[in-house]
Design a protein around this ligand. Sequence first.
Ligand code: UFG
Length: 333
Amino acid sequence: MSEKFPILVTGGAGYIGSHAVLALRDAGWPVVVIDNLVTGFRWAVPEGVGFVEADIGDAQAVSAALTAHQIGAIMHFAGSVVVPESVEDPLKYYRNNTANSRTLLEAAVTCGVRHFIFSSTAATYGIAETIPVREDSPKRPINPYGMSKLMTEFMLADVAAAHPINYCALRYFNVAGADPQQRTGQSTAGATHLIKVAVEAATGKRDHVTIFGTDFATPDGTGVRDYIHVSDLAAAHVHALEKLIADPASSHTMNCGYGKGFSVSEVLDAVDRATNLKIERRFEGRRAGDPDALIADNSKILATLPWRPQRDNLDLMVKDALAWERVLAERGK
Ligand code: UFG
């Protein structure tokens, strides 16, 4: 492979972005992070990584960073990610996820950045027509979050057709776990994601976990999801970058999941197994818009990239999430 040029990671102080920074560094890529620190943490950016505190909607700051650091590729994680909030405040999502992505893309094109990797989501499918869901399945988001990401996918396709830039949009399924070396992990307060909520309960930060819905069309009645370890997901980004460089005429949109589903009850059982304790489970009705099951067909990413999951195991995901939760507890967080 040719010489390694600097990569700009937007949202690199956040949960998934900070794992991507580690994966890039571990693979020898120079990295610069741009993050407004609204949900990210300055401490999550390791020493030796350039840091620009700015919003990606700030065109001048973005262009200055691209030029000053001679950025060759962008990994774009910055954005808002809370589905119910997107329903209450859609314009926030169309600003942070769509309009700001447009600003970033314009700066990328103007400054001659050649490769762009985008954090997309399974929320672009809405209620999936088939399980497992393929990339060419209908995209009918059922919330502004999914729509705001899908709009950026459309922009990317048009921009790549018009300019010398190629892209990879990675549609994440349910991201969980933490860096196995505990250098970073999910740290944002007020988490709503199941595995994070469950390990908070297991470490005493909460007194119970609520199971939302027991009447889904699934084997045990609770919702089924495809959980992917954040370190495997970060590794997929590095492979995607290498693919875009090796094959500059190609762009790709790929699911990121293991192609396996676990129910809410199975996830909570795994957390109980890891601690030898029993988390208190309470039961409520379904959350609005929760599908019965969402599982990736991951054959495309497996065929396109040499990416092979290293931590495709629910117990490992739980173990790493739990270890990180204990690190946070020691820090008084
Ligand atoms: N759940 C509970 N109790 C909780 C939290 C979650 O029972 O306290 C259940 C949900 O009902 C669902 C499953 O656990 O069945 C997973 O829920 P999460 O909130 O962890 O994740 P979602 O599947 O709702 O959302 C994920 C991503 C979103 C993305 C979406 C795509 O986090 O960013 O998948 O459908 F948009």
